[in-house]
Design a binder for this molecule. Structure first.
Ligand SMILES: *Cc1c(COP(=O)(O)O)cnc(C)c1O
Length: 430
């Protein structure tokens, strides 16, 4: 065909491509193991000398087909699926870091990533410096150390909705000889492809828009193939020097541009085993077929909801990059001209008490610890995800007591606005 296919087409056709007489729908290889005819044939696979499947903890054909689709959507050379978004972030870092190393991460980041890098990775000897993504290049450059191995950030942060200047971050990372890892969960490759702006690795919580139906937790890692590990051979010795646990193979030599993902499969999956089930990957694949349609509707509805809330007398403030007055409006127009995502946060004039009454009065929107679902969802960070913090600590974390996180679904916009209207009215009554 020559010409690169559009993302809508890739969402439907990438990955499984049946030949004559094969099933139209991707088969689920619900098998832990795979059969061989000779001892030698299987042995060669254990040495990574032959390509093939032998045990699902290492690789499974169904999982790989869906990873291939997601890699294709992002414009990467290889991908791998994980059992959760958390596992994806951990593997993306741990694949190139070990005790004694250091990473840099934007402070406006998903709470799970904050804990992973700030608390758990620290126990493994990996230190993290959190930086304000909006700071100047000079300011950000100060965070780099000789042992820095990666920079992490989110395209649109959850829940603060900060839009990342990807080019600025990529430039800084590359000037210091390290890759930029971007969590593209909220934007999805439909709205932004971070590789086109210089990112090297992309991660996803596929639990969010990619699944989109609140069915399964999962994650993905995609490599652009652009980072030159061998140019910094000592720093990334896990990729460029012999792996003794595989009889001395060198990933960059054996797998070329796919070295980073090959190492995750061969080493991290083998030893840590955060694989998704083939059944879940099958469900994810079906969801991905409609991703562009759903994302378009999420963005359309969110824009309408943001405009409605922004004009409402009981609402103090709305965070949504689609609003012309938003701090990140220009950045969003550059990196996500089609729209950002369906998540909005806003604050009620009546503070915490009004927020709770508003939420309890919603009829269509459901109170759930989830975002990016087809069903409109709502969460009160002060009562839920950040419940342990007092009001002062909440403000320090950038969350006000009256803040509501509203994830706009794909229902009819009139019904969503009607629900908001009646719940806002109810929030005023005592
Ligand atoms: C939810 C989320 C994660 C973690 O994903 P799980 O699938 O819940 O483990 C990571 N990053 C972002 C941006 C998320 O929203």
């Amino acid at each position: 065909m020559g010409k690169e296919l559009h993302i809508e087409t890739k969402c439907v056709h990438s990955g499984w491509q049946p030949k004559k007489g094969e099933p139209r729908m991707m088969p689920i290889y619900q098998s832990t193991t795979f059969k061989y005819d000779t001892t030698e044939a299987m042995g060669r696979m254990f040495d990574l000398k032959d390509d093939g499947y032998f045990y699902t903890r290492c690789q499974n054909p169904t999982n790989d087909l869906v990873a291939k689709k997601i890699a294709d959507l992002e414009g990467g050379v290889a991908g791998v699926l994980t059992s959760s978004g958390q596992a994806a972030t951990f593997y993306a870092v741990f694949n190139i870091c070990e005790a004694g190393d250091h990473v840099i991460c934007a402070s406006a980041i998903y709470g799970g990533t904050l804990n992973l890098l700030g608390v758990t990775a620290k126990k493994m000897g990996i230190e993290c410096t959190f930086v304000d993504a909006d700071a100047s290049e000079e300011e950000l450059a100060k965070a780099f150390q000789p042992n820095t191995k990666a920079v992490l950030a989110e395209t649109i942060s959850n829940p603060a909705l900060v839009v990342l200047d990807i080019e600025k971050f990529a430039k800084l990372a590359h000037e210091h000889g390290v890759p930029l890892i971007v969590d593209n969960t909220f934007a999805t490759p439909v709205n932004c492809r971070p590789f086109e702006w210089g990112a090297d690795i992309v991660t996803h919580s596929t639990t969010k828009y990619m699944d989109g139906h609140a069915m399964q937790v999962g994650g993905a890692i995609v490599d652009s193939g652009n980072f030159d590990w061998e140019a910094y051979g000592e720093k990334f010795h896990g990729l460029t020097k012999p792996d003794e646990s595989y009889h001395g193979i060198v990933y960059t030599k054996q797998f070329g541009k796919a070295a980073y993902i090959a190492k995750i499969n061969a080493q991290l999956m083998r030893d840590l085993g955060s694989i998704p089930s083939p059944m879940n990957c099958f469900l994810l694949n079906a969801s991905l077929e409609s991703l562009p349609l759903r994302v378009e509707r999420h963005c359309y509805n969110a824009q309408k909801v943001a405009e409605f809330l922004n004009a409402h007398p009981l609402v103090e403030h709305v965070n949504f990059a689609g609003l012309p007055g938003d701090k990140y409006h220009e950045m969003a127009k550059k990196y996500m001209p089609k729209g950002t995502c369906g998540v909005i946060s806003f604050e009620l004039k009546g503070g915490r008490e009004a927020a709770v009454k508003f939420m309890d009065s919603l009829k269509l929107a459901s109170i759930v610890t989830h975002v990016a679902d087809a069903k409109t969802s709502v969460l009160h960070p002060a009562s839920h995800t950040h419940r342990q913090l007092n009001d002062e600590q909440l403000v320090a974390a950038g969350i006000s007591p009256g803040m509501v996180r509203f994830s706009v679904g794909i229902e009819n916009i009139e019904d969503i606005i009607d629900d908001l209207t009646q719940a806002l009215e109810a929030s005023e009554k005592s």
